[in-house]
Design a protein around this ligand. Structure first.
Ligand SMILES: C[S@@+](CC[C@H](N)C(=O)[O-])C[C@H]1O[C@@H](n2cnc3c(N)ncnc32)[C@H](O)[C@@H]1O
Length: 235
């Protein structure tokens, strides 16, 4: 995919999204043309560059001080170097509203839930990265299942099980007259449970191979012990 990304001008190892997520985000930006955007999780500004290009003003938030670089790189960006929960408090205090918010900061269940919950009153459309990660997905559901302002769909862009587990995927929540879980097709079945099962089975495989390597090591030590014991007795 790197070749395709290069051809499309998308290649950037600092942008922590898959090709399909990058294209989904850019397509959405192109059509939405958001005036005000909020980003939780700048990292090295991979997504920030595109959010800035398509919006009038962008606030990007990260605990890492690298986020300060965004103000130098893009004239329409304000960097907030703080935890997202501090940012949520400030957004509430200043009654800020965003056409688009993207959540991709702390990936624990609790943090994802409070980031999404904190933004419901302040964003028309919330994009949520890593909707295929089990903890992130739980956090998204915690925040969205009982709210009454947004429709939500966690399989907007799905992901695949990778060497480091099940990460990626984009979910979205949009202000709606019909809040709650949304399906695109009648009788739709989410790919997520099978994906999670496949990933768990891979983990199982990893544990098995780890145990078998451990067993090999134990055998080697036992054999060495026998040889040394034999030599001592032979003296
Ligand atoms: C996965 S990276 C973001 C990737 C970025 N959105 C991209 O597309 O390249 C997550 C970022 O969130 C930041 N982060 C983690 N916990 C945070 C928190 N509680 N508040 C603010 N930023 C946080 C990390 O410093 C890291 O830069």
């Amino acid at each position: 995919m790197i070749e395709l990304e290069k051809n499309l001008g998308l290649a950037n190892s600092d942008w922590l999204m898959s090709t399909r997520e990058k294209l989904g985000l850019i397509g959405l930006l192109e059509l939405l043309k958001p005036k005000t955007v909020l980003e939780f999780g700048y990292h090295r500004g991979g997504a920030t560059k595109w959010l800035s290009k398509y919006s009038e003003s962008l606030i990007t938030v990260d605990v890492n001080e690298f986020v300060g670089q965004a103000e130098d790189d893009f004239p329409n960006v304000k960097s907030w170097n703080c935890p997202t929960q501090e940012a949520v408090k400030r957004i509430k205090d200043e009654s800020l509203q965003f056409d688009l918010a993207i959540v991709d900061a702390d990936h624990s269940r609790k943090a994802v839930a409070s980031d999404v919950r904190g933004l419901l009153d302040h964003a028309n459309l919330i994009l949520m990265h890593d909707s295929c990660n089990p903890n992130c997905r739980k956090g998204m559901k915690d925040a969205l299942k009982n709210q009454t302002s947004h429709g939500y769909y966690l399989d907007f862009i799905t992901s695949v099980s990778k060497h480091d587990g099940l990460w990626g995927g984009l979910g979205l929540a949009y202000r709606s007259e019909n809040p709650g879980l949304v399906n695109e097709f009648e009788g739709e079945v989410s790919p997520y449970p099978m994906l999670a099962l496949q990933n768990a089975m891979r983990l199982n495989h990893k544990i098995k191979s780890l145990l078998s390597r451990l067993n090999d090591r134990i055998q080697i030590f036992k054999n060495k012990g026998k040889v040394i014991g034999g030599k001592i007795r032979g003296r």
